[in-house]
Design a protein. Structure first.
Length: 121
């Protein structure tokens, strides 16, 4: 996977966490004053929250693009040198784990922000 898609995937999943999940979790745990203080200090965060549907759509598209880039045949090859091949495989394994964590955060965010509020109301 290229650095471009990896960076975009990281930014996309981070945006979903910052805009919606972390504030909602903090309020649910009783730390509403901390969230209010953070919003007062960084009011730009409310822009992400106001447009959370777009943020989630863009993050989902980025994660889909990163998945495509990871699974292309040319992304599966490693060098024939044993030392480089081992480093390549280790890097692919770590990248796969980090990608799966990002996808897990994304779907947990979707659940926490869009599904649970509908079930609770």
């Amino acid at each position: 996977m290229s650095k471009f898609w990896g960076t975009l995937a990281l930014l996309g999943s981070s945006a979903t966490l910052v805009c919606c999940v972390i504030p909602a979790l903090m309020v649910a745990l009783g730390f509403g004053a901390a969230v209010a203080g953070t919003i007062a200090a960084v009011p730009q965060l409310t822009v992400l929250s106001e447009h959370k549907g777009i943020v989630f759509l863009i993050a989902g598209l980025i994660l889909a693009g990163a998945s495509y880039a990871r699974n292309r045949p040319e992304a599966q090859t490693c060098p024939s040198d044993p030392v480089l091949a081992k480093a390549c495989m280790r890097s692919k394994k770590l990248g796969g784990v980090l990608f799966k964590i990002g996808v897990l955060f994304y779907f947990a965010s979707l659940l926490f922000v869009f599904v649970l509020p509908k079930l609770m109301s």
